[in-house]
Design a protein around this ligand. Structure first.
Ligand SMILES: Cc1cc2nc3c(=O)[nH]c(=O)nc-3n(C[C@H](O)[C@H](O)[C@H](O)COP(=O)(O)OP(=O)(O)OC[C@H]3O[C@@H](n4cnc5c(N)ncnc54)[C@H](O)[C@@H]3O)c2cc1C
Length: 388
């Protein structure tokens, strides 16, 4: 079979799913490939949290599925004292995995409804390149061979992207390591809970979240440069010292683990290849979060690809590169990680105390927004949805 298309998206994780939906909604002939037999089948977590950073706009515009919109976050110091961060923008929880109501499955379903061709269980056998451009892709699916001729290819195949050979990748070989359990009703649904302890969780943190449907996740996140033992050991040690928390989590729940390499690529567009999500190295070096960047980069990829087609000029894809650089400047996150790693438990206690004091005196959210480089509002034009 031969398929000609405007856009070929490789990978049906959050980034690929959103890119496909954004493209197909704007009238682009879009094909999505997933190497696994089911979308979300190999996703490690069941519930992810991610901060806003333009998510609200994208979620509303593309009508994406979320679990909770959460405005408060408790930041715990080792003593159990916490600082309650109230925010005017949401943090979002996303259900992950192969169920029909997960983020990736529901987004792919919408893309399919809009006309996106989705091929599961695929293996890319050959990329045919002409002068650095991907000219065609040969895919096997079951016993069948599919020849795809795309004008633009979107690399949405995660942190080990097969398209990395088209760019220069730099890394300090640091990984974010996660180990956790999922279950039901670990905490209330209106807040995320983040625990810091420099002795028990060096260079990392522990989080506890519960979605509206009841699905809960408790996870320890560590930086491989600081972790001397497997993440599971730290998870057990931390809960051993925090019995109340351990009781809430009920240790017989399902376990999960995973890791993500922290890296940068030198460009987000190489000829007709556009990088999104983890494939673009957008995993946050401090928190290890990647949902916001996957969704927002997928959305912008759709916008710039549409623009390039409208003006019949693939060079316009460069606008995507600049946009992603502006949106996801990771320098501050790298700095926070270094500063954070140097903190002792007494510093963490003091920070919680100071934040509580500052909160009583003024607009702490605005102050923290300035520190994290977040801007108040994004006033860009929206995706001009095909047919509306
Ligand atoms: C343990 C753990 C906990 C996490 N918790 C959070 C959290 O709370 N909040 C948060 O924001 N982020 C979290 N993350 C990170 C988040 O999961 C990722 O950033 C996010 O999934 C990135 O989405 P993506 O679509 O770019 O990549 P992926 O989710 O990796 O999706 C890539 C897709 O491409 C497919 N694929 C790969 N190669 C090919 C190929 N050759 N052909 C076809 N398909 C292919 C894969 O099967 C997969 O479906 C966590 C990660 C881990 C490991």
């Amino acid at each position: 079979m031969t398929v000609e298309c405007d856009v070929l998206v490789v990978g049906a994780g959050p980034a690929g799913a959103v890119t496909s939906l954004a493209c197909v909604k704007q009238g682009l002939n879009t094909v999505l490939l997933e190497k696994n037999p089911v979308v979300g089948g190999y996703t490690k977590t069941k519930l992810d949290a991610s901060a806003d950073g333009e998510l609200t706009k994208v979620i509303r515009e593309l009508k994406l599925r979320t679990e909770n919109e959460v405005y408060t976050s408790r930041w715990y110091a080792p003593s159990g004292n916490y600082f309650l961060l109230r925010s005017s923008t949401h943090e979002y929880f996303f259900k992950r995995g192969p169920e029909a109501d997960s983020f990736e499955v529901s987004t792919v379903k919408e893309a399919r409804k809009e006309g996106c061709k989705v091929f599961l269980n695929t293996k890319i056998k050959m990329l045919n390149e002409v002068k650095g451009k991907v000219d065609s892709v040969t895919v096997s699916k079951g016993g069948e061979e599919i020849h795809i001729k795309p004008k633009v290819v979107v690399a949405a195949d995660g942190g080990n992207s097969m398209f990395h050979r088209f760019v220069n990748k730099t890394s300090e070989n640091r990984k974010k390591l996660g180990y956790g359990v999922t279950g039901e009703g670990f905490s209330d649904t209106d807040s995320s809970n983040i625990y810091f302890d420099a002795e028990l969780i060096p260079g990392g943190y522990f989080y506890l979240i519960t979605g509206k449907s009841g699905v809960s996740s408790a996870c320890i996140v560590l930086d491989s440069s600081k972790a001397e033992n497997p993440a599971k050991e730290y998870f057990k040690r931390f809960l051993g010292a925090n019995k109340e928390l351990a009781e809430k989590i009920k240790l017989h729940s399902n376990t999960f683990s995973g890791e993500g390499l922290i890296f940068d690529i030198d460009r987000y567009v190489s000829k007709n290849i556009v990088f999104v999500g983890d494939a673009a190295g957008l995993l946050d070096p401090f928190f290890g979060y990647g949902m916001t960047s996957a969704i927002v980069s997928g959305y912008h990829a759709g916008r710039y690809i549409k623009k390039a087609f409208e003006e019949d000029n693939l060079a316009l894809l460069e606008g995507y590169d600049s946009k992603i650089r502006e949106k996801f400047d990771k320098r501050l996150s790298y700095l926070y990680q270094r500063v954070f790693e140097s903190l002792k438990n007494e510093d963490l206690e003091l920070i919680a105390e100071i934040l509580n004091e500052l909160d009583k005196k003024g607009n702490l959210e605005a102050l923290l927004g300035q520190l994290t480089g977040e801007t108040a509002r994004d006033v860009e034009p929206s995706i001009n949805v095909h047919g509306t």
